[in-house]
Structures are given as C-alpha cells and as structure tokens.
Ligand binder design. Structure first.
Ligand SMILES: [Mg+2]
Length: 364
C-alpha cells in the first residue's frame, strides 16, 4: 500500500455554542485545516489541525509540505513516516509550533488509513480498553457570561443529559476572589451536588492566586482545576498541586512528548491533559498516555471529541473526553452521547466522513 496524493483545505467554522446556545462571539470564525491523504488501494485517510489563527495560511502550506513527503510511502509504517518528517523538516524548524501542528494532521490521517485498511475502528487498534467513555460539556459556561446566563446555560446542559461540565474562573474585568468564588457557587447550585464540575483558568492566575482562590472553593467540590498558571511553570504548578485537595489538570499547551516528562516528573499536575494537534497526533498522544500511566496519573483529552474519543477509550488511564463541539459541523455524523457517555463507533478508522456540503460552505 502506498500514499499517492493529498489535499489540504482551510475551512472557517463559526465559533458558536450548540450545546447551550449561549451567545456566539460576535460572528467570530475559527480557521481549521483539513487533510485528505490518498492511497493506491482507494483508502483515504482524513486529518484535522488548527491553532494557526492568523498564520493558518502558513499552517496549510506546512500540512501540504509534509504531506508531499509522504507520497510513495507505506501508510501502515507510521513511525517510519514520522521519522522521515522529523528528519527532513522537524529537526530544522521543529520541534514545536506549526511543524508539530502540521505533523499531527498527517499522523491522524495515517491512523485513519490504518483503521480502514484493517477494517477496525481506531479505538480498538489502539487498545480498546472500553466501548463507552465519560464526557463533559465544554465551551458553554464561559467566564464572560453573567451569573444568570451561566446558571441558565448550566441548567440546559443538565437537561440535555450531561453529567459532567466545565466552567471557567479568572473572570473578566478586575474580579475579587469573592467574585470568583460566587460564580462557582452559582454554577454548583444550578447543577446540584452530583454533576462533576471542572473549572479552567486558562493560565490566567499566579501560583499564589491559584492556591488562595483554589483553597477557598474546595468545599464546592470541583472535579479539577485546569491550567491554573503558566503552562510551562512546572514548579509553580507543582506548588499549587501540592497545596490543594482539588485535583489540578494541565498539559494542553505542551508541544511534543518531551515536555510531558518535565511536567510529570515535577508532579505539576494530578491529571494530564493532552492536545492531539500540539502533541503530534495519535502516535504521540498514546505515548504520553503511557508515560502518565507509569506515574499513576489519568489522562484527558482537549477539544475534537469526535477524534479524541478513540484515544481516551483506548487506554486504561483515560478519564473523560472534553465534549467541545467546535468541529462537529465538519462531519456527516459524529459519535452519539447516551446517558452522559460517548458510545464508540464501529466504523473503521476514525469512523468520520467530511460533510462535503459543509466543507464547501465554510471553505476559506
Ligand atoms: Mg483548557
């Protein structure tokens, strides 16, 4: 089997919130690069990457540049292809940034090809630990909402059957610790005691602030506090993690696998969050999950649940899937949620097909 061609396309998806229908961010668009990797057997693999923002044109070119290097290669020899891409390009302009984001799209498409070639869904190829996996609603309970809006959105998510959901602190403006704590109480009261509630700080606090506010919300029972301070302040994170009873999650901002060694060895987090585009695709995601398992740490996903459900379900220490619906529109069908859990698909590979009408409509 040989790779014969590729097609990379930029699509601009609306930044809306289909889960709780809270206000869209002023017609904002999120640019995404989608990839089709073709083979001589007729099997086509699909990949997705993003975070290019204003440099999405460069990311698109990077995906095409790397895809061109895969033509003629055997798509089932994924590590061999990755070594070629690292050696040919990444050693010069990697290891992070656009190189890694582009590499991830290739890697995801290669795993999709492997699954289709072997007629097996990806989660089974990767280990198949479970066929349903916990999931949490994300992106709705944002910090820019009023207390009333947050309360209403949280109730909508509960009515929709979500048993886990994520909100945010580090409220806009100049909030006092009391403002932050009040918001957590409002959300908790809206959903009751039994729903798992996560809270993302998106790197906006100092470590001492995280310890102060984090310790004052412990009675609210957060499932985790996420990115409480600068993502690569491994020692600062470790101080917060040691000081709080609430588990601290982090890792979504790290590129490649090596920084996770630093994060895990420093005991910076209790829960390791791995972003598939930044880490380097499915291959690297699973390597970091294995690293975390050796340290008795659970792993969680970041965005793109339609893809990440496979890796979280595959490994024994996969905890829950972030249900961030940013890219669901790209596909004809995405995995169903039943009783608050995502049901793993039976279709081969990723089990996803681009919705060609949507791709045409959102094409840049
Ligand atoms: Mg986050």
């Amino acid at each position: 089997m040989k790779i014969t061609g590729y097609e990379a396309t930029i699509v601009n998806l609306p930044e809306d919130d289909p889960l709780a229908n809270t206000e869209a961010r002023g017609g904002a668009l999120r640019p995404v690069v989608i990839l089709r990797l073709r083979t001589d057997s007729g099997v086509e693999g699909i990949g997705v990457t993003f975070y290019g923002a204003a440099l999405t044109g460069s990311l698109h070119l990077a995906v095409e540049g790397l895809a061109a290097l895969t033509v003629g290669e055997d798509p089932l020899r994924i590590e061999n292809i990755l070594a070629k891409l690292h050696g040919g390009v990444g050693d010069s302009c990697g290891p992070g940034g656009i190189f890694m984001l582009a590499l991830s799209a290739i890697d995801i498409a290669l795993w999709d090809i492997k699954g289709k070639a072997l007629d097996q869904p990806l989660w089974k190829l990767l280990g198949g630990h479970r066929d349903r996996v916990a999931t949490y609603a994300s992106g709705s309970l944002r910090r820019n909402l009023t207390d009333d809006q947050a309360q209403r959105a949280a109730q909508i998510l509960v009515q929709k059957g979500f048993r886990e959901m994520k909100t945010q602190m580090a409220l806009p403006g100049d909030p006092t610790p009391a403002d932050e704590i009040r918001r957590m109480r409002v959300v908790r009261e809206a959903i009751g005691p039994d729903i798992k509630l996560m809270c993302d700080i998106n790197q906006r606090w100092r470590p001492e602030q995280a310890i102060d506010i984090g310790s004052r919300v412990e009675d609210i029972g957060l499932f985790w506090l996420e990115d409480v301070t600068t993502a690569d302040d491994y020692q600062g994170l470790a101080r917060v993690t040691a000081a709080l009873k609430t588990p601290v999650a982090g890792g979504e901002y790290l590129y490649g696998i090596a920084p996770f060694r630093q994060m895990i060895e420093a005991r910076s987090v209790d829960i390791v969050m791995i972003d598939i585009a930044r880490v380097g695709g499915v291959t690297s995601w699973m390597k970091v999950a294995g690293m975390a398992e050796a340290f008795n740490l659970p792993v969680v996903s970041h965005v793109m649940p339609e893809i990440l459900v496979h890796v979280v379900a595959a490994c024994p220490n996969g905890l829950t899937v972030e249900y961030m619906p940013w890219m669901l529109k790209l596909y004809e069908e995405t995995p169903a949620i039943e009783d608050g859990e995502i049901v793993l698909p039976d279709k081969p590979g990723l089990g996803l097909k681009f919705d060609e009408k949507a791709v045409a409509a959102f094409k840049a």
